[in-house]
Design a protein around this ligand. Structure first.
Ligand SMILES: *Cc1c(COP(=O)(O)O)cnc(C)c1O
Length: 359
């Protein structure tokens, strides 16, 4: 069967070589005579996997000794709550920028813990851009933002200026290009967009924040619990961590700089076609367009039934995952790290044939 061009928004495409290696580990891990799935998480084999995964994150992001890396469970959706608990300071007050559905969910969870204040929002424009002007006074304990808005196809192209500790949900664009990680106090990301399978959630925390929250934190939500036990306080999601480790090896081998250049080339190829082709229009403000998730719809005045015609043509060309999120409609092409340029070219070719057939 011809390989599918996978534009799924998540869980999403991973490097092919990782699938090969991961399948081998399910059958016999490191020739130990055991599957990775039937091994103790305290075995020296798995402890080595966890250690390597954490070390790779530190190396790839050039993190200093003042950072702790953890692989936990619960997805970014639990990260909304965990980040709020662990970032509370003297004022019990967090600033949130609402740039999409996930960002507003983070704000909602923040309210369980302290005073969570929305300092800016692009909701009135259906989250089609990143708000640029807002104020965060010194009485806030932290500023929370979402670096890439998976559903609406917008992305920060610079780390926002902040005079208070910075927290970021990087679920859908972590490792998509070089970033100055030293600007952050806390980063969290579900694995299943750009790093691995669903089930593992990455936390990168400044050591100085661990154990210093003003909140009374339940054990499992306290990052210090997990940092003290090297992410082994309870059974970690062993397979998801292993596969994430394999993806991290691949990221290190290719290099963030190269990955960033390739992602830029893929995005340029697709957005140029969206802008050129009279059948489509992009939904996000140009300067905020995401490298990871490109959202576009049929151009004004075209018959809505053409949406299905385009999806049918995509299917014919082995392109999957292109249907837009119900909040935006139309189409969404997710172009995570492992998606090759050829897949974007295949999509652009279908967009051109669609134009010649229906324009
Ligand atoms: C997918 C996603 C989430 C939710 O992740 P879960 O692992 O399903 O909890 C949160 N934030 C962003 C930016 C996402 O893309």
């Amino acid at each position: 069967m011809a390989k599918t061009h996978n534009f799924s928004a998540g869980p999403s495409i991973l490097p092919q070589e990782v699938f090969q290696e991961a399948s081998q580990a399910v059958l016999d891990f490191n020739a130990a005579g055991l599957s990775l799935l039937e091994m103790s998480h305290r075995s020296k084999e798995f402890v080595a996997v966890m250690d390597e995964a954490q070390a790779l994150v530190k190396e790839i992001l050039k993190l200093g000794e003042d950072y702790e890396v953890m692989f936990l469970q619960g997805g970014a959706s639990l990260g909304f709550l965990i980040s709020a608990y662990n970032m509370q300071g003297a004022n019990k007050k967090g600033a949130y920028i609402s740039t999409g559905a996930w960002a507003s969910k983070a704000l909602k969870e923040g309210k369980w813990v302290g005073d969570a204040v929305e300092v800016a929002s692009s909701k009135p424009e259906n989250y089609n851009h990143i708000p640029k002007s807002y104020e965060v006074g010194a009485d806030f304990d932290f500023l929370h933002y979402t670096s890439n808005n998976t559903i609406f196809g917008t992305q920060y192209h610079a780390v926002p200026q902040s005079n208070v500790p910075l927290v970021c949900d990087m679920s859908s664009d972590i490792f998509c290009r070089e970033v100055d990680a030293s600007k952050f106090d806390l980063i969290y990301a579900g694995a299943q967009k750009n790093m691995g399978p669903a089930g593992a959630t990455l936390y990168i925390a400044k050591k100085s924040l661990l154990g210093n929250s003003s909140a009374n934190i339940p054990t499992m939500l306290n990052l210090k619990t997990h940092a003290d036990k090297e992410s082994m306080f309870n059974t970690p999601p062993v397979f998801a961590v292993y596969v994430s480790m394999l993806v991290l090896r691949w990221i290190k081998k290719v290099g963030l700089k190269q990955i960033g250049a390739t992602n830029q080339a893929k995005a340029d190829l697709l957005y140029n076609e969206i802008d050129r082709n009279g059948m489509f229009k992009g939904t996000a403000a140009k300067e905020d367009r995401s490298l990871m998730n490109a959202c576009f719809v049929l151009n004004d005045g075209l018959d809505e039934s053409l949406t299905q015609s385009f999806l049918d043509m995509c299917k014919e060309a082995n392109i999957s995952g292109l249907k837009g999120h119900r909040d935006v409609g139309g189409f969404r092409a997710s172009m995570y790290n492992a998606l090759p340029l050829e897949s974007v070219q295949a999509l652009v070719d279908v967009m051109k044939s669609f134009e010649s057939k229906f324009a």
